[in-house]
Design a protein around this ligand. Structure first.
Ligand SMILES: Nc1ncnc2c1ncn2[C@@H]1O[C@H](COP(=O)(O)OP(=O)(O)OP(=O)(O)O)[C@@H](O)[C@H]1O
Ligand SMILES: [Mg+2]
Length: 257
């Protein structure tokens, strides 16, 4: 059965989508079957893998709110083999509409994904930068949470808030939710701040923090504008190397899954 990992941090711009795209693709190149769920109305993960096909395209919104069959909404990326359930601006306001559903409103994504679990090794969810009902849906569907943390001041504040949210979800809709790992992103060994933040996060969270961190690398920020993962855009870049090693660490933490 596939493992569902939510990539979440309500803080904006910390590297959630970059991590979702490149971990999904890296795991696929390591011969794992991977589904990437874009769960952000910005649709950055969908754009970043060229999965948006224009108006009227079925998205995660159609699946959750209009009962559109999930298989028919998936886009298959030829190069890597990643499947993606795309999102676009239609997801704006979805949390308000979900809220009206009442009972079971936090389980909509879980119910949509559960029938697909057997087909994948990993299902990754790229979460929006907020702690609303969309995020709760993702944390309810997930087995674990991967938390990207940018190497900068206030990095820990966001994480503390997220950990409170995770505890609430554990007490309500998903008692088995685990922390998959904390990932330091955009690190720069040349700046003292980056090194200090990284040390502080490691002191606070110990083994939860991945040994591999992701360096600041311009290739990682260029790749999405070409609609490519870092592995097709520049597989020799520092960014590609870092995400490849992270994928190996993820596989190892999951007992070779
Ligand atoms: N390691 C990196 N090196 C250089 N640029 C990066 C790196 N990681 C992310 N970026 C850039 O930083 C910006 C924010 O990254 P990203 O979109 O992945 O964050 P996010 O957490 O998904 O943001 P949001 O909260 O808006 O969804 C993007 O422009 C991205 O290209
Ligand atoms: Mg994002």
């Amino acid at each position: 059965m596939g493992k569902i990992i939510a990539i979440s941090n309500q803080k904006g711009g910390v590297g959630k989508t970059t991590t979702a795209i490149n971990v999904a693709t890296g795991l696929a190149y390591a011969n794992r079957k991977v589904l990437l769920v874009d769960f952000d109305m910005q649709g950055n993960a969908s754009q970043g893998l060229s999965a948006l096909k224009g108006e009227g395209q079925p998205t995660v919104y159609s699946v959750l709110m209009e009962k559109f069959p999930i298989e028919k909404a998936l886009i298959h990326i030829e190069e890597s083999g990643v499947d993606i359930l795309p999102a676009n601006i239609s997801l704006a306001g979805a949390d308000l509409m979900m809220d009206k559903i009442g009972h079971g409103k936090e389980r909509l994504l879980k119910e949509a994904l559960d029938p697909l679990r057997d087909r994948y090794d990993y299902i990754l969810i790229d979460c929006p930068p907020s702690l609303g009902l969309l995020n709760t849906n993702a944390l309810t569907a997930a087995d674990s949470v991967l938390i990207p943390v940018q190497c900068e001041y206030y990095a820990l504040e966001g994480v503390t808030q997220l950990l409170i949210t995770i505890r609430i979800v554990q007490q309500t809709s998903n008692p088995d939710l685990k922390i998959e790992g904390i990932l330091m992103t955009m690190s720069d060994i040349r700046t003292r701040l980056s090194v200090e933040v990284s040390q502080e996060v490691r002191q606070t969270f110990g083994k939860l923090v991945y040994e591999n961190s992701i360096p600041r690398n311009v290739k990682l920020s260029e790749a999405p504008s070409r609609g490519l993962s870092i592995f097709e855009y520049d597989k020799r870049s520092k960014g590609a190397e870092a995400y490849k090693e992270l994928c190996e660490e993820i596989i190892q933490r999951n007992g070779g899954r």
